[in-house]
Ligand binder design. Structure first.
Ligand code: URA
Length: 226
């Protein structure tokens, strides 16, 4: 895998070819170990943005990001109760902050891994951090303890949990590569897969304040994520 050259992976996507599982896994692991450096990551994201990922590549990317860190495990007694929802990017944070505690009050366990702002959309974590003392980086043990006692948390990606999404997410935000369906699907579904959920609601935003403004594209995104 290490024999794959980073510039070759970038130019293959730039020229519109399909990336193999080995190439996508190599890309994601090199993002995490930082050998895919900033300029190269920006170029790769732009190549993906312009040439798109097909369904097979999107699946490969999602799997690779999910397994870039640990996949969370939960006590067996919670089987069937571990649920979450994720929005595809609007402005308001009108759902998460109400729904997570409401589900917890109904006896569910909600291990919500969320993101920061992307482009013009609001970041749940950034808003929560405006509360003095609020900590968005939790260890796996802290997550389990909070789910046991409170029933829900909202936390960010870490160096252990979907670390590739943490790095790619920040880079997409500053390289004009946010609104690409394959990248959004990879980012959202990897986080949710790493949470080991029993059920997930996808809240797909569309309209002039959303990342995906065109309704037809938003429907396509919904289908792709499912
Ligand atoms: N939310 C995410 O976590 N990732 C995206 O790419 C968009 C919305």
């Amino acid at each position: 895998m290490s024999a794959l050259r980073i510039p070759d992976i970038i130019s293959k996507k730039r020229d519109g070819f399909e990336l193999t599982e080995e190439e996508i896994e190599s890309f994601v692991s090199k993002v995490v170990d930082k050998s895919f450096e900033g300029a190269q990551l920006g170029a790769m994201l732009m190549a993906i943005y312009l040439k798109h990922l097909n369904d097979a590549e999107t699946t490969r990317l999602t799997r690779a990001i999910t397994h870039s860190g640990i996949v969370l495990t939960w006590p067996h007694k919670w089987k069937g109760q571990i649920v979450d929802k994720h929005s595809t990017g609007g402005v308001g944070d009108k759902i998460s902050l109400l729904l997570a505690p409401a589900l917890a009050a109904c006896g569910m366990k909600v291990p919500m891994i969320s993101g920061r702002s992307l482009a013009h959309t609001g970041g749940t974590l950034d808003k929560l951090e405006s509360i003095p003392g609020f900590r968005v980086h939790l260890t796996h043990q802290e997550m389990t303890d909070i789910l046991e006692t409170v029933g829900c948390f909202i936390a960010g990606q870490t160096d252990d949990i979907v670390p590739a999404d943490k790095i790619m997410y920040a880079s997409r935000d500053v390289t004009g590569t946010v609104s690409n369906l394959g990248l959004i699907t990879g980012s959202i579904i990897s986080k949710k897969a790493a949470e080991s959920l029993d059920a997930l609601v996808l809240d797909v935003k569309t309209g002039k304040a959303a990342i995906i403004q065109d309704e037809k594209l938003a429907r396509e995104l919904a289908t792709q994520m499912v």
